[in-house]
Design a protein around this ligand. Structure first.
Ligand code: SAM
Length: 330
């Protein structure tokens, strides 16, 4: 199959699919206080519709799919959906991003369904702080979920940490030190402003350089270059550590030149850049009976319009107006 590229010759092979806007946490940087407006049930794509659009995107050249949310594991039937997706010939990678709250129950079923790559979001090792960040008292459950994922066979376990000054930057070393004993990938992500309060972002943003400086106070970091660790993260390892430290710098060292992704929201909108408000409705044509060729045309047009780069580096505090992160999927 011909390589799918955008007008800047970037290969586009990765689709992030948000299967629900619902979430069982209310993270302070992701969900507005009081919750995000909920989509009506009818506005959320059915699993059949997701499968149809994923197949059309694969016919165009998408080979990797990541499921996200909201929280993907709160949607009923998610493991069956994963099994059906995993069975699509030609899908090279099927992964999932979760807050881990339901992993204790679902890790084994997800593994059996064919999911092999899982990212778990966890910003703190302190239950009280977890409650503050997520507005829910679920630390112990998430921790047990991580153990369940390891037990089920997920390898590596990738843990995503959004670093925020004055909130969890004092735990960078504690979190990174998990890699000394466990084969985890601990990935520190720069805090991004999506529909956030700009003053708040200004106070809490920590650059990846500052994160690296902290990590270097413990021991030298050996860079890891591997075809298995591609994507936006830069990877390092402390000497003799079992796990890996990842640094993801969407703001200070943005990776737009190698961006390979598009997004499909739970209500059937295509987004070609995390930081852009531009959306294209693919649900309406799908429901009005568009042919696969017409749907492919809509996908193609969205990819063609993918911006060359986002504007957040020059304006870290810009707001995306139309959706909070919980309704995009990260
Ligand atoms: N509920 C799932 C989870 O927690 O992973 C999937 C959806 S969540 C929106 C996906 C990722 O986006 C999480 O790792 C979350 O930490 C990250 N995220 C949300 N808001 C963010 C922000 N303002 N800056 C950086 N990362 C953010």
């Amino acid at each position: 199959m011909a390589l799918l590229t955008d007008r800047y010759q970037r290969p586009i092979d990765y689709l992030r699919v948000s299967i629900t806007d619902r979430c069982d946490l209310r993270c302070i940087y992701c969900t507005p206080l009081g919750g995000a407006p909920k989509l009506a049930h009818d506005d959320i794509l059915t699993y059949e519709e997701f499968l149809h659009l994923i197949q059309v995107s694969m016919d165009l050249g998408i080979t990797k799919v990541r499921l996200t949310g909201g929280e993907p594991l709160v949607r009923k039937g998610v493991t069956d959906f994963c099994r059906r997706l995993a069975g699509i010939p030609g899908l090279q990678s099927l992964s999932l991003t979760t807050n881990g709250v339901m992993l204790e129950e679902l890790a084994q079923d997800l593994y059996s369904a064919g999911i092999r790559r899982i990212n778990i979001s966890l910003d703190t090792l302190q239950p009280q702080k977890f409650l503050h960040i997520t507005r829910r008292d679920e630390f112990d459950r998430v921790w047990r979920g991580i153990q369940a994922a390891e037990h089920a066979g997920f390898d590596p376990i990738k843990i995503n940490v959004v670093v925020m000054r004055g909130i969890n930057d004092d735990e960078i070393l504690d979190l990174a030190k998990l890699t000394l004993q466990r084969p985890y990938h601990i990935r520190f992500i720069e805090f991004m402003s999506i529909n956030g309060d700009s003053q708040w972002v200004l106070q809490h943003y920590v650059s990846s350089d500052e994160i690296l400086e902290k990590l270097l106070t413990v021991a030298p970091l050996e860079p890891i270059v591997s075809q298995h660790t591609n994507g936006p993260a830069r990877h390092f390892r402390w000497p003799d550590a079992k796990g890996v430290i990842g640094i993801i710098s969407p703001i200070s060292h943005h990776f737009c030149p190698s961006c390979n992704r598009i997004r499909l929201t739970a209500d059937g909108k295509l987004r070609n850049c995390l930081f852009s408000d531009q959306e294209v409705d693919i649900k309406s044509p799908l429901r009005q009976g568009a042919t696969d060729a017409e749907l492919a045309q809509i996908l193609r047009a969205s990819i063609d319009n993918k911006p060359e780069k986002h504007s957040l580096q020059s304006d870290v505090f810009r707001k995306c107006q139309n959706r909070p992160m919980v309704a995009i999927g990260g």
